[in-house]
Structures are given as C-alpha cells and as structure tokens.
Design a protein around this ligand. Structure first.
Ligand code: MF3
Ligand code: CO
Length: 250
C-alpha cells in the first residue's frame, strides 16, 4: 500500500509498455492452427528482445511465460503444443514482465476468427467491466468502489464475476497489497491514494460464477462448463485520476 515515487512510476510505465507490446503481438498471432506453446515461445522471445524478463515463468512454480486460457478455462491455462487454436475459440492471454525491477501485468481476451454471438457479447462485456473498474480507481476512492463497478457492469450484461481470484497491488513484486476483488460494496475497503498502482482484472463467466482447478494444479475452469473471459490493466492512481500503464499507444 506504499505509494510509488515518481521514479518508480516511470519504471512501471516502461514495464507496462513492454507488456502491452508483447500482448498485442501474441494476440495478433492467435489464429486458427497455432498451438498455445508457440504463442508462449513468441511471448518469451519478444520479452527478452525488449530487454525485459517474463514475470510469470517460475513464479510459484508456474512453467511458462504467459497464461493462455481457452473457452471454459478462466485463468492460468498452461500453454501446450497439443492445444491447437480453432475458429471461434475464446482465448484469454494474461502476461506480465519485469523492467528495471518493476512489474507490469495485463490480460486480453480474443476470439479466433468469428465467434458465436454469446462469445462476442461476453468478451465485450468483460472489456467494459474492466473499463468500469479502471474509472473507479480515483484518489480518495476506496478499493470496494472498483469491485462494485466491475460487478455492476458485468451483471448488468447478464454475466457473473469470479470470486476466487482477485486483482492486486503491483510494483517490485507481482502481487502486493491490497487485494482488488471484482465484487463488493462502494465506500468499503482501503482508500485509494496517488501513487498506488493496481492490477485490475475481472474474470467474467457466461454462466454461473463457480470455478474449479484442474489436476494440473493451475488451470481454473468454470464449474458449469460455460465460457469465461479475462481482461486486466496495470493502473496508477494519480491526482488527475487513473493512468493506465498497459494501455495500447494511440
Ligand atoms: N495476472 C495473473 C495474476 O495476477 C497472473 C499470474 S499467473 C502466475 O495472478 F503464473 F504467475 F502465477
Ligand atoms: Co494480475
């Protein structure tokens, strides 16, 4: 909960820029016929070319550089040479990098080719839920304002938010206090202060909110087999409002 200094924020901007660059390139490469292991190799090699370190590889024993979670997989899917993307797949890409000792973390969900109307609606609603959460990351706001905004947005679209995984503070460590749930009540939780940097990351299910972990110990899937989507930004709280450090350059 210690606010970042100006110098630390500058390094987090650099980390966010690398994360965005790699994530955009991996998203563009997520086409029918490609394996998720190929996308993992692309993520790792581009990260190292950019002079950065993949943040997830080896973190708590995680075996890859990126998490790729397809269809009913919610988060933490492990890339595999046997997992070949097909037309219509809903592909969650979650990626983190370390630059000069500071982390960036972001996620995107893309549909391979043309998806079902439900898949397209779910992806759009999850992106909108992240935007609602980011807009609530204001100085003098509370962490609960973010969760409430995410939940309200996702549920208004007829979908449900996952409770078992939460967003987080981020900086020298991938996961720092506070936890940032994607549900809750406005006006509750820790106060948001300038210099606080948060990873806001709604996971939204098309069906019921329940998830379970596969025997690989990592991959979380929806209990009811419904589709799930995930979006994440690393966001700095500033006097002027939220600054998205992992935003696509325009
Ligand atoms: N964005 C995810 C998170 O913040 C990614 C962590 S995956 C892990 O938890 F492999 F690094 F654990
Ligand atoms: Co995260």
């Amino acid at each position: 909960m210690q606010p970042k200094t100006r110098d630390e924020l500058a390094r987090m901007r650099d980390a966010g820029r690398v994360v965005r660059t790699v994530l955009d390139e991996v998203a563009a490469a997520a086409v029918a016929g490609v394996s998720t292991a190929e996308l993992d190799r692309l993520a790792e090699s581009r990260t190292r070319q950019l002079g950065a370190i993949p943040a997830f590889k080896g973190y708590l024993g995680y075996p890859a550089s990126i998490c790729i979670s397809v269809n009913d997989e919610v988060v933490h899917g492990i890339p595999s040479g046997k997992r070949i993307l097909r037309e219509g797949d809903v592909v969650g890409l979650d990626f983190g990098a370390i630059v000069a000792g500071f982390h960036g973390d972001a996620a995107e969900t893309v549909v391979v080719g043309k998806g079902t109307p439900e898949a397209e609606r779910l992806v759009a609603a999850t992106r909108a839920a992240l935007q609602a959460g980011v807009a609530a990351a204001r100085p003098d706001g509370r962490v609960g304002d973010i969760g409430a905004a995410v939940q309200r947005s996702a549920e208004a679209a007829g979908f449900s938010v996952v409770r078992e995984f939460v967003g987080h503070g981020i900086g020298r460590k991938l996961h720092e206090p506070p936890q940032v749930p994607n549900f809750g009540e406005p006006g509750t939780g820790p106060f948001l202060r300038p210099g606080l940097v948060l990873a806001i990351e709604p996971m939204v299910n098309a069906g019921l909110p329940g998830v379970r972990t596969l025997p690989d110990g990592w991959t979380a899937v929806t209990q009811d087999g419904s589709l799930s989507a995930h979006f994440e930004h690393t966001v700095a709280v500033t006097e002027e409002g939220p600054e998205i450090l992992t935003r696509t350059a325009t």
